[in-house]
Design a protein around this ligand. Structure first.
Ligand code: AMP
Ligand code: GLY
Length: 421
């Protein structure tokens, strides 16, 4: 099987790495990729945001499967011309990608499908906004309706801050969604769907805030782990039954079937499992931990999704091991980041037992590896339990040299402590 992966982050490096271990994969390509991905795939300098160019690349390479990593190309409709060219594609078409492209659309689908989620109001004016904030009360949750690369959501008890965030979106012509606040721990459950059948992956948890103890600004994610020793064993099955299956059925009923991965971002609230958000791609860095634990070869799974044969896929096999991913971020992240710093120590990190390193914001410059972005590397540790996996991941992180970088030191700490009891 020849496979093309679209994207350039650590998520796409995790995907290409897993695909490279699959004996069914004969050729692996990526566009545009990154220096880590270049170790396992041939890179092509094609813009993921140009659907026609991506489809043309897939045709010229004669690939059997295209796997689209990030949301922006999916929301821009990259999957449609690929499918039109008769090539299997993992990732929803433009219409189904609206589940991530518009939070108001996602809320509407959830309502129609009877999926539990936070109550919400769509606001297009300052007066709508003020009324919605008062109706729900503090803490306030104010979201940009559209894609905002993780920067669109403000959760605050300060009404003025909530108003200012919403007003800023409305003043640039945007739409705001104000929501009821959900309490309880958050989990990510990735549900594969071929348009009809749903197969969940093992749940993971992400750490969104920049600093230890959940301090600092929201980021794209500073680390993740799987499994979740504290969560009910039935969690994934419950999410399929109450969230993913009804959503997939509703999308099919509308004539816009969803093929790819529905990322269910959930709050295990005091009133049960509720959806915080849908994404239409794998979570980064959660998937780095989830794929490290997946034993079933990946290409066959993704192809079964893209060819609508998920119903006949054998049950997925998982390693008993736990996986912990720690993100090494650039100086200044998630604010203004500094680029061009030398990166060293990746080979030393990978010599640590059970450790591999995935590239995100890296590039080659005059034969050196330098930083170029916010999240630079994902260091993944695999061990017999979360305590062992953490030790390995942090042993790996300690080998990385990148001036001014920062990482969280408490990824999976609370969960590992629960495991011991
Ligand atoms: P989102 O981009 O929708 O995932 O939101 C980013 C983060 O904001 C989530 O991971 C949560 O931590 C928080 N958040 C979003 N919606 C809510 C909500 N309704 N209640 C509480 N926290 C929320
Ligand atoms: N880790 C959060 C996300 O991928 O959206």
């Amino acid at each position: 099987m020849k496979v093309l992966v679209i994207g350039s982050g650590a998520r796409e490096h995790a995907l290409t790495r897993a695909l490279s271990f699959d004996p069914a994969v004969s050729e692996l390509h990526a566009a545009p990729g990154n220096p880590g991905i270049a170790r396992v795939a041939a890179l092509h300098p094609v813009d993921p945001m140009d659907p026609i160019a991506v489809a043309a690349l897939a045709e010229s390479l004669g690939v059997d499967l295209v796997v689209v990593g990030p949301e922006a190309p999916l929301v821009a409709g990259v999957a449609d011309p690929i499918r039109k060219a008769g090539i299997a594609c993992f990732g929803p078409g433009k219409a189904a990608a609206m589940l991530e492209g518009s939070k108001a659309f996602a809320k509407e689908v959830m309502k129609a499908a009877g999926v539990p989620t936070a109550g919400a109001r769509v606001c297009r004016s300052g007066s709508d906004l003020a009324a919605a904030l008062d109706a729900f009360g503090a803490p306030h949750v104010v979201k940009d309706d559209g894609l905002a690369a993780g920067k669109g959501v403000v959760v605050t008890s300060d009404r003025a801050t909530a108003l200012a965030h919403g007003d800023a979106i409305i003043s640039t012509g945007g739409t705001v969604v104000v929501e009821e606040y959900l309490d309880g721990p958050e989990v990510s459950v990735f549900c594969l769907s071929d348009g009809e059948t749903v197969v969940p992956l093992e749940p993971a948890q992400d750490f969104k805030r920049a600093y230890d103890g959940d301090k600092g600004l929201n980021t794209g994610g500073m680390g993740a782990y799987s499994p979740l020793p504290w969560a009910p064993r039935t969690l994934a099955a419950e999410v399929v039954r109450t969230v993913a299956q009804p959503t997939i059925a509703e999308m099919a009923r509308r004539g816009t079937p969803f093929q790819g991965v529905l990322y269910c971002g959930l709050a295990l609230s005091s009133k049960g499992v509720k959806v915080i958000e849908f994404n239409v791609r794998f979570g980064d860095p959660e998937v780095q931990s989830v794929l490290a634990r997946l034993e079933t070869p990946l290409a066959g799974i993704l192809l079964a999704v893209a060819e609508a044969r998920l119903g006949s896929l054998p049950k997925l096999r998982w390693r008993a091991d736990a996986a912990v991913t720690v993100v090494v971020a650039a100086h200044g992240y998630p604010g203004d980041v500094r680029s061009g710093d030398d990166i060293a120590g990746i080979d030393a990190a990978e010599r640590e037992t059970g450790v591999h390193v995935l590239h995100a914001g890296t590039k080659e410059k005059d034969g050196r590896l330098v930083s170029s972005g916010g999240r630079i590397l994902s260091v993944v540790g695999l061990g017999r339990d979360l305590t062992a996996a953490r030790e390995r991941a942090y042993a790996g992180v300690s080998r990385i040299q990148l001036e001014g970088s920062h990482h969280r030191s408490d990824i999976a700490l609370a969960a590992a402590n629960m495991e011991v009891e």
